[in-house]
Design a protein around this ligand. Structure first.
Ligand code: IPE
Ligand code: IPE
Ligand code: MG
Length: 247
């Protein structure tokens, strides 16, 4: 067995989801505009993708813009969209080479045509990759996702192509944006906030949560590996009893 397989930071096969929070506070503490925090946040995304590739994580899901983030000042929203455009334009070739498969979840409503085209091209170009599944939650809100799924299910029932009795949790999951993804094993949120902020409400039902105090621009490969080590010390029971306990 190689060294990595023995190391405590081996995250092989795991699905790690991250709420990347604290860009604004990182900037404010340095007397900088919030936009500078977002710019540094992109560096942290690059670092984290690299960390995921190195630890052997199979799925990395990043919350990058929520359906509630539209309530921010227009200037900040425009800056975030600009960063997103530049990230795809600059990093897509590298991601493709590294074997990263890109998926985007969230609503297409309200996104400009050029942003939709960038997203679609990135997904199409990387669709055969298998090393790391990188999912970007963009214009994403879990309640919106669940409502969109319910709407499609209702339409199918009305049309007669789906029986109401067949709507099980497994069936419902296939209507969500994440239908091709396993549920996250580990959720990390940076910046010390202890909430989900409408992220993957359905899919996180049995995930392990790790909250870290550092702001997203300060999130390091070591912190990523430490979160995986913490995850590995947890006992996941899924409602059952611990594998170690006896009757
Ligand atoms: C996370 O940082 C980035 C996005 C939500 C787009 P914030 O911008 O939320 O930073 P804080 O939480 O205000 O510090
Ligand atoms: C969650 O962070 C959304 C993203 C990280 C994209 P927010 O900063 O928007 O969450 P709240 O408003 O503090 O709950
Ligand atoms: Mg925030």
């Amino acid at each position: 067995m190689d060294k990595l397989a023995w190391s405590s930071s081996d995250g092989r096969g795991l699905h790690v989801a991250i709420i990347m929070d604290g860009n604004g506070r990182w900037a404010a503490e340095r007397g900088l505009p919030r936009t500078e925090g977002h710019r540094q946040g992109v560096e942290s995304v690059r670092r984290t993708v690299k960390a995921a590739l190195e630890t052997g994580v199979s799925h990395l899901t990043l919350f990058s813009f929520s359906s509630e983030n539209w309530s921010r000042p227009k200037q900040e929203i425009q800056f975030l969209f600009g960063l997103m455009r530049r990230f795809v334009q600059r990093d897509l070739a590298d991601l493709l080479k590294q074997g990263v498969k890109i998926l985007v979840i969230g609503s297409r409503d309200g996104l400009e045509a050029d942003v939709l085209r960038l997203i679609d091209d990135a997904v199409l170009l990387t669709r055969e990759n298998t090393t790391l599944n990188l999912t970007i939650a963009f214009n994403y809100g879990a309640r919106d996702e669940i409502a969109r799924a319910a709407r499609r299910i209702a339409e199918e029932v009305a049309r007669g192509s789906l029986a109401a009795a067949d709507i099980t949790p497994e069936c419902f999951g296939t209507y969500l944006d994440t239908s091709d993804l396993p549920d996250p094993d580990l959720l990390i949120r940076t910046s010390g906030e202890l909430r989900l902020s409408n992220f993957l409400l359905w899919q996180l039902a049995y995930s392990e949560f790790v909250f870290v105090d550092s702001y997203w621009p300060d999130f390091t490969q070591e912190a990523f590996e430490a979160a995986i080590t913490e995850y590995q010390s947890r006992s996941r029971r899924f409602g059952g009893t611990s594998a170690r306990s006896t009757a």
